[in-house]
Design a protein around this ligand. Structure first.
Ligand SMILES: NC(=O)c1ccc[n+]([C@@H]2O[C@H](COP(=O)([O-])OP(=O)(O)OC[C@H]3O[C@@H](n4cnc5c(N)ncnc54)[C@H](OP(=O)(O)O)[C@@H]3O)[C@@H](O)[C@H]2O)c1
Length: 327
């Protein structure tokens, strides 16, 4: 088979290292690996590809790829690949959900703890060589995760990893998910269907957004949902920016409708320097780094290699995406 590896980005760390493509060549001498280090290289190579290991595949690429049977993404979110022609096509899509769940869950905890323990104020004090004890001990109060109420919106691999960690610190964890027939992960006290989101938002000290981006979850958190949250509630988004109405969020944070936010993902990335979110004192911004870890490409390549073995032997691939559901 011809296997197109096209994982490129303007962000250096999101490019698959060439050494990992060579590793695949050594592990699978029976296949031909075509490496597209930039998007400009794709059109010439995709026409021969039976399989693609890519995080983005555009309608023009699919139209030019008559042999393509399977696309595996090194990311968990594959929304941009699910354009109508792809959904209608017989091309199988699989993703890397779960691969980053541990690092993302730790990132969610870090953002939550930093906001609860008022680290942004401490960092500002440190930068100014200012002993900010009065600010730290004044309002809003320093808080603890122990006995806090955490709402996890999207109980997939990331949501479950977050739930386990919060429960381990003594929090009471409720989750909202789409498929209510799935097993309840460790650490989750109650699972509620999506239609009950509005009922559970008012109880949460921390709302973690970890649902996939689909047609149903776009704008899931808007003006109404933010207004339902506690005034000291914290929103942590590590899923995709488009699940949250960013303009409404900035206004809610500015006006004290909610207490704070830890944000790793944004409607448009990189976040515009003019965004009001940068300057809000109750916001912690990380530049879409929650999912990265030192062995990222080892793990991503190993997952693909395992799936390739399954694909070539006719077994179902792992992490198949339901193209209708969008994840
Ligand atoms: N920040 C980063 O660097 C980073 C890295 C990796 C992934 N992500 C994002 O995180 C998302 C989740 O990743 P994952 O590995 O946890 O994927 P996953 O295991 O596929 O989980 C997706 C979850 O979304 C839930 N969901 C779908 N529609 C929903 C709805 N309408 N309301 C509530 N929940 C809904 C699903 O619920 P059911 O289980 O009930 O079907 C499922 O639990 C990815 O799609 C990706 O966009 C971000």
């Amino acid at each position: 088979m011809n296997i197109l590896v096209g994982i490129y980005s303007s962000v250096a760390a999101w490019n698959i290292p060439a050494g990992h493509v060579d590793r695949l060549r050594q592990e699978f001498p029976q296949h031909v690996f075509l490496h597209a280090p930039t998007e400009a290289d794709v059109p010439a190579l995709v026409r021969e590809a039976d399989v693609a290991f890519m995080s983005e595949l555009r309608p023009a690429h699919l139209a030019a790829a008559p042999r393509l049977r399977w696309v595996h993404s090194p990311a968990a979110g594959v929304g941009s690949m699910l354009f109508p022609a792809m959904v209608a096509s017989p091309v199988l899509i699989s993703n890397s959900r779960g691969m980053s769940a541990d690092s993302i869950a730790e990132h969610v905890l870090a953002l939550t703890l930093a906001l609860f323990r008022k680290f942004p104020q401490a960092f500002r004090g440190q930068a100014a060589r200012h002993w900010a004890q009065d600010e730290a001990m004044g309002l809003p109060p320093l808080r603890v995760v122990q006995s806090s109420r955490v709402l996890v919106v999207g109980l997939g691999r990331i949501g479950a990893a977050c739930a386990r960690r919060f429960a381990g610190l003594g929090a009471d964890v409720t989750a909202v998910r789409r498929r209510m027939d799935q097993p309840v992960p460790e650490g989750v006290r109650a699972v509620r269907p999506v239609r009950e989101l509005h009922d559970v938002l008012p109880d949460a000290d921390v709302v973690v957004i970890s649902a996939a981006q689909t047609a149903d979850t776009r704008g899931l958190i808007g003006l109404r949902e933010l207004a339902l949250m506690r005034r000291d509630g914290i929103l942590v988004n590590v899923s995709r920016g488009k699940l949250v109405d960013e303009r409404a969020l900035a206004a809610a944070l500015r006006d004290g409708v909610i207490g704070g936010a830890g944000l790793d993902v944004f409607e448009h990335e990189p976040l515009d320097p003019a965004s009001p979110l940068w300057a809000l004192p109750n916001v912690l911004i990380t530049p879409h780094t929650a999912g990265f870890r030192p062995d990222h490409w080892d793990a991503a390549t190993a997952l693909f290699a395992g799936n390739l073995r399954r694909f070539e032997s006719g077994q179902p691939v792992l992490n198949e995406v339901d193209k209708q559901a969008g994840y």
